[in-house]
Design a binder for this molecule. Sequence first.
Ligand SMILES: Nc1ncnc2c1ncn2[C@@H]1O[C@H](COP(=O)(O)OP(=O)(O)O)[C@@H](O)[C@H]1O
Ligand SMILES: [Mg+2]
Length: 282
Amino acid sequence: MRTVLEVADLQVHFETARGPFKAVNGVSFALHSGERLGLIGESGSGKSTIALAIMRLIKPPGYIAGGRILLDGTDLLQLDQEAARTRRLADVAMVTQGAMNALNPVIRVRHQLLDGLEAHGVHLAKNEVDEWLAGLLDSVGLRPEVADLYPHQLSGGMKQRVCIATAISLNPKVIIADEPTSALDVVVQRRVMQTLRKVQEQLRAAVILIGHDMGLMAQFADRVAVMRAGQIVEIDDVRAIFARPQHPYTRLLMESLPSLDQRDSLLRSGPIARPAAEVPTP
Ligand SMILES: Nc1ncnc2c1ncn2[C@@H]1O[C@H](COP(=O)(O)OP(=O)(O)O)[C@@H](O)[C@H]1O
Ligand SMILES: [Mg+2]
């Protein structure tokens, strides 16, 4: 298996009055091409900070205090701002819980999607645009007509699909999904996760899924890393983590699932058929 992303001894600090706070304190892991890694851990354990570091989006008072983030051998931490910007979306893309609310309400979906391309210097010919948009929307289970709608005309699930479409528009090698469905209801969550899984398989992109829903993790992830206080305390195959959690904190997380039977059925159910295209609700 080819390693696409390697994070080595990553340190991210936040400057505080009492000195640096180590939000990420020596995190290392490797991601294989096409692999789905789950990143779990309590709120404040540093999950989103890792995501932002990989995206090169850590802002003051935060700073990267050490480590390497190798994407296909290039250290993202050594790139200047402009090179880092070009790599975002093109190589590593992120979908977040807040992304769907960050869609500009007065810009039609078509322009939201095309703007991302153009920011990366990709200009489609007029006669290619509609076909490209239709293909991209279809891959996230949306009809071509959605291109001409405004975000306020879309349901939460549809908005998050538009965000996934944006994320995959330049065929990234790595997709980071930071609690992408936390703001959605359970049924829509499942469908959006199925869509994410389908597109990552098509693109053969690796995914880091951040969250604390163990049920979603069991169905989605190949491997799971468990974080606590800025460190990975356990990382293993999803089945091994569920069957034999080693770290006391991981065991505690497992206890949030009612029974062993439930863990089993979560692992068995696996991916589900492709969701039907969602139509806009008036
Ligand atoms: N802008 C910031 N300034 C100061 N501390 C921050 C900032 N952003 C995050 N932190 C701290 O870093 C830690 C990790 O946060 P985060 O990565 O968002 O956790 P998670 O995503 O696991 O909930 C938290 O303790 C948080 O308080
Ligand atoms: Mg977070």
